[in-house]
Design a protein around this ligand. Sequence first.
Ligand code: BGC
Length: 473
Amino acid sequence: MKLKMTAVSPTTRPKLTLSNPELERKVMECLSPLVLTEDQQQKVREVFLDEMRLGLAANPERTSSLLMENTFIPELPDGTENGEYLALDLGGTHFRVIYVRMKNGRFSEEVVDYFHVPSEKRLGPGQDLFEFLADCIAEFVQKRNLGGRNFQLGFTFSFPMTQKSLDVGILVSWTKSFNCPGVVGEDAVKMLNDAIHKRKDLDITVKAILNDTTGTLVMGAYMDKRCALAMILGTGCNGCYIEKVERIEKWLGKHLESEMIVDIEWGAFGDNGVLDFIKTDWDRAVDDQSLLVHSYTFEKYFAGKYLGDLYREILLTLTKKGLMCGGKIGNLHTHGAITTTSVSRIESDTFKGLLEETKMVLNDVKLNHDDDDLHIAQYVAGIISYRGITLVSLITGILLERMQRNHCTVAIDGSLFKHHPRFRPLMEKLISEFAPGRSFDLRLAHDGSGKGAALAAAIAERLEQKRSLTNSN
Ligand code: BGC
């Protein structure tokens, strides 16, 4: 019997309907650990709140998996930004160098160049990586005829850091696809400065180092003053928000400012085991095959670097159990054989009531399929996406409640948010459910990590001027 295909809304919970009810029951049973129950959701909420409390505490009774790190950015763009700035953006396989000119707080000119970061630089000695970055900056400056003047620079370094000031960022650990020896525990700004000064042809002052979420928040505030929360939903996943300094016990007495952007580093949520109650064998398999095992638990549940792999692992189980594709596993053993982009393509088929993209993805990994197989393939893409979106929406709800703003614009950047068709609509629905009555909107902050860094350099300059005025009075 041929099943009728109908378009499905991205906000509906994935449903499996097969021509064979017994097969349907078995598949649902096998996949049930991926469906978060109300109780589990409640527990995720409680655990996150507790980890936040511990992360902000002066003397926590145990170490939180949330870094809750000081970004040293107490202010947002105020419209007085003027001048030329450089910005760097490092976090993925493409490094970006950006030039911007600002006039009365608005971007009046922007130039961006992309440089591929080869794996030997992402995995080789740290010093080589920073020298490579300096080479790219020099190439950019030369090509764009920007030599002969001093540039203030903002450096987006999208990894967990402990900041000692706006221009000191000590790397806590590598994540995603980087693992260069000799950088953990070191100041990334110093390493960049050393590489820049070694060349002798660059006149650059690094004013600010920041995380990509921080850049996105700053960029979000440039677009809409009500922005107080930002996140990256891309290869990696993380968020930051504006916190009242009086609520950050661990900084009491250390800051005169009333508010500060706090980098949560929620990708590491659960690294201490607090989220194990939702961990499945597939999550464990994804972690085992990742570059940095036993780290970034939350990120590995759904971020772009891992969602495709999670999907592949689940199909592998289903085929091995004989529940799919006649029990043949095709290329499913190959790590990386299915990407997150493929999961997004399958999801868009579901929402259009089509099977074409789904067939192509299964063909690509050499799986023979009938209609039931295609429906299972769509169901799996749906439930892992639904789980990830539920998790990130739970956290967003908590932060909106915590900040108690009349309205909060949430700035978001990253490929998952941009290209996965379920993310935005389902997040909007679930956040409204998790934080009832809270007014918010989700706003794509395109290129927050790049332009946000330039804005951060301008803010740093302003803070410096204020400080020297206070000192001279
Ligand atoms: C990093 C974060 C970053 C996020 C998004 C994570 O792997 O630890 O610092 O914000 O990816 O790029």
